[in-house]
Design a protein around this ligand. Sequence first.
Ligand code: PDD
Length: 285
Amino acid sequence: MHDTVYLDGRFVAAAEAKVSVFDRGFLFGDAAYEVIPVYGGRVFRPAQHLGRLGASLAELGIAPPHDEAGWNAIIARLLAQAGPGEQSLYIQVSRGADTGREAARFAGLTPTVFAMLEPVALDRAALRRGISAVLLEDTRWHNCHVKSTSLLGNLLLRRRALESGAAEALLVRDGELTEGSSSNVFAVLDGALRTAPADRRILRGITRDVVLELAAGCGIPVVERALALGEVARAGEMFICSSTREIVPVTRLDRSAVGDGEPGPVTQRLIAAFDALKRDFVEAA
Ligand code: PDD
């Protein structure tokens, strides 16, 4: 994390940034957030991320604390401290700090707004050789399209994955593969790319949208229909995607190889297309 963070209108040293113990984000997870990649010192797809933040806040009934220009001013000031490497911009908006713990207080508070920049320290080369995943029943709530900080369900699933030696949990709801605990998931089956539709069972990832665009550009057919459990074993390739991990091949699932156990050709094409997009983005700066 960089030393200066944004909190409620001020840019302060991280150690000085303090939130009330009565903040509803702290007490109830009553907050929404975004994670935005920063490449070459610029935020990637800011309008999409800020649009999704607005949609999440609307679902929670929290008034947007800033318009686009307001957000951009905060982001620009934080980016001024960005180094050349990859960074990740985190934004969180809670319903605000109350004067005690009152569950039923939904109005009349001033949202708490926090933003920070963090360096991304992932071993992309290692990730791109493939990760293992496990299938777990999705025990989260029914509004997974909201990017809420109430992440306990996601975290417990991720922990179970890590405990079994896997890097990600792929989630099953109503007998269908929906998304990862912190990523979207794609599979290659019968010559098409398959991913779950953007309904309430998944977070509509900005990276997922990028993958859909890249697939269209590469002439790869896409079907937005969740894989039934019975289809999972037939998938020749699988990958997950997110703002921090980008596109990561899943080469083992529940200890069995996916396809031949190596990153597949469709996945590799999409990774190459993603890298080209990222390169153009950085060079256009
Ligand atoms: N998580 N689904 C879930 C449950 C996620 O938590 C995420 C991302 C995604 C992918 O969304 P995007 O492509 O917009 O990053 C899908 C972020 C990275 C996080 O919580 O840190």
